[in-house]
Design a protein around this ligand. Structure first.
Ligand code: DQA
Length: 145
C-alpha cells in the first residue's frame, strides 16, 4: 500500500481557533480525521505529523525516506517563507510533495508571496481553505496509482 505523510508546520495546531476569519473554524484534528477516512477509501496508508519546530520537521522528512513514504503533503506554515532547511530536506530525500496553504498567500502580505518550496513542489494549493488538503490527497492518489 502506498504511504502518504501529511505534515503541518508551526501554529497549525491552533487551527479552528487561530484567526478564524483567515483559516476557518475547522480544527487540525478534523482535517486529519477527514484525510484518514479519505485515504482509507483511496487505499492509501496515511500518517499525520505536526510540529512547531523546524528541526523536527526536517527530521520527520528524513524519517519518511526510511519508511518508504511515496508522497508528502505539507503545509509548512510560516517556514514556507523562511526555511532553506526544509527545502534542502526535500532535496535530500527526493520524495515528491504538494505544498498546501489554507489561505491565498498571494492575496496577503508581500512576505507571504515567496516560498522556498514552490519551485521544487509537484503542485501548490492556496486559498481553498482546509478543503485544499483533501484536494491535494486526491491528486496524490492519482499520482501514486
Ligand atoms: C499558511 C500561510 C502562511 O503564510 C502562514 O504563516 C501560516 C499558514 C496557510 O495555510 O495559509 O502559518 O501556510
Amino acid at each position: 500500500m502506498s504511504k502518504v505523510l501529511v505534515i503541518n508546520g508551526p501554529n497549525l495546531n491552533l487551527l479552528g481557533s487561530r484567526e478564524p476569519h483567515i483559516y476557518g473554524s475547522t480544527t487540525l484534528a478534523d482535517v486529519e480525521n477527514g484525510l484518514r477516512a479519505q485515504a482509507a477509501e483511496l487505499g492509501l496508508e496515511l500518517d499525520c505529523f505536526q510540529s512547531n519546530h523546524e528541526g523536527a520537521i526536517v527530521d520527520r522528512i528524513h524519517q519518511a525516506r526510511a519508511e518508504g513514504v511515496g508522497f508528502v503533503i505539507i503545509n509548512p506554515g510560516a517556514y514556507t517563507h523562511t526555511s532553506v532547511a526544509i527545502r534542502d530536506a526535500f532535496g535530500g530525500v527526493a520524495i515528491p510533495f504538494v505544498e498546501v496553504h489554507i489561505s491565498n498567500v498571494h492575496k496577503r502580505e508581500a512576505f507571504r508571496h515567496h516560498s522556498y518550496l514552490s519551485d521544487i513542489a509537484e503542485a501548490v494549493m492556496a486559498g481553498f481553505g482546509t478543503l485544499g488538503y483533501g484536494l491535494a490527497l486526491q491528486f496524490v492518489a492519482s499520482r501514486l496509482r
